[in-house]
Design a protein around this ligand. Structure first.
Ligand SMILES: Cc1ncc(COP(=O)(O)O)c(C=O)c1O
Length: 349
């Protein structure tokens, strides 16, 4: 597959921005201040960050078992979605409901988007998708797996079929993969040149830092790197992300706690009358509200009411109105937060 042919013509001829990085004693070339503050030992606030995030990409490469040249760093994976659509253009195809940014960024960049609904199990209509890919020839297909907001992973064999049978880039957004028992697609990168994986540190305790990674064949990384803003990832984020990735024990402890709390939450929610939690491979649970009062299908109104009343009691969950009517989405919190949520939900039901 010739990746260059997929790239928008104006990007194809572009060269990635190269920041001057000549080592020297007196650095007076970049209009920086010579005076800095000590935020963290070893962080110089007066200097621009490493534009290539070399140390961070090195440690991320180790984590994902790829080479640093297979990684592009982003100010969150949102930014990397933006870079992908900027670089390759559209049409952009994705199943719905899913993460809203695929549609929003396509729209912002004036690129056509194609939405295909999920089946009743929130899985992919694979044949329908392949048919539309053939007809519409999208440049990018986004698959969030585990999917936000439904929480499930799509069937691996269906994803694989799409990767194998389409000529576009297939982006598997694995933002929630650390919470899933299903296998990551990272190991298939060598075999499938049109595969792109997105990962983020946001869901595993570092959302405030805004650090995301695109992992793909170096040809794809090099093209997307051309549209990356030179200093997109600040020094503080780079440093803290490196430390966090080195302290994997602590990170794993948090992930395990979320997984075990998710199991407890689902177990307790399943016992409640009037709601139906869906299985989850992520750090959140989607649940449906059934109208139990007079057995009339009035779930949408009830969902809104419960959302509002939970908020009155200080508990904020996501109202999925307009996306999956009649459903709410709750993020797995600390054991204490989860207990408060369950207690209030039970009382309201
Ligand atoms: C599927 C999915 N991808 C990406 C993101 C964005 O992640 P980041 O914080 O790295 O921009 C989210 C955030 O909610 C998400 O749900």
């Amino acid at each position: 597959m010739d990746i260059k042919k997929l790239v928008k013509p104006n990007i194809r001829t572009l060269r990635a921005y190269q920041a001057e990085e000549t080592p020297c004693k007196v650095k007076l070339d970049a209009n920086e201040s010579p005076y800095g503050f000590t935020v963290l030992k070893s962080i110089k606030t007066n200097r621009y960050p490493d534009p290539e995030a070399k140390d961070l990409r090195k440690i991320a490469a180790k984590e994902f078992k790829v080479k640093p040249t297979n990684i592009l760093h982003g100010n969150g994976s949102d930014e990397l979605i933006y870079y992908l659509i900027t670089t390759f253009g559209g049409p952009v195809l994705y199943p719905v409901p899913t993460f809203s940014m695929y549609g929003i960024i396509s729209h912002v960049l004036g690129v056509k988007n194609i939405e295909i609904s999920l089946d009743n199990e929130f899985d992919l209509y694979v044949d329908r998708i392949l048919k539309i890919i053939k007809k519409e020839n999208p440049k990018l297909t986004f698959l969030s797996s585990p999917n936000n907001p439904t929480g499930n992973c799509f069937s691996s064999d269906k994803i694989l079929k799409i990767i194998k049978q389409s000529k576009c880039l297939v982006v598997i957004d694995e933002a929630y993969q650390p919470f899933s028992e299903k296998k990551s697609f990272l190991t298939l990168l060598k075999k499938h040149k049109n595969l792109v994986i997105l990962r983020t540190l946001s869901k595993i305790g570092l959302a405030g830092l805004r650090v995301g990674f695109m992992i793909a064949n170096a040809d794809i990384i090099n093209e997307a790197n051309k549209v990356r803003l030179p200093f997109n990832l600040n020094s503080l984020s780079q440093k803290v992300a490196i430390d966090a990735l080195q302290d994997k024990k602590q990170m794993q402890k948090y992930i395990s706690s979320i997984i075990s709390e998710r199991k407890k939450l689902i177990h307790d929610m399943e016992k409640m009358d009037g709601i139906e939690p869906y299985p989850s491979d992520a750090n959140f649970i989607l649940f449906k509200i059934h109208s139990v009062r007079n057995r009339v299908s009035n779930g949408a109104k009830d969902a809104e009411k419960i959302h509002k009343n939970l908020l009155k009691r200080g508990v904020l969950v996501r109202n999925m109105k307009g996306i999956i009517d009649g459903c709410l989405r709750v993020t797995v919190g600390t054991p204490r937060e989860n207990t408060i949520f369950l207690k209030n939900l039970k009382q309201l039901l």
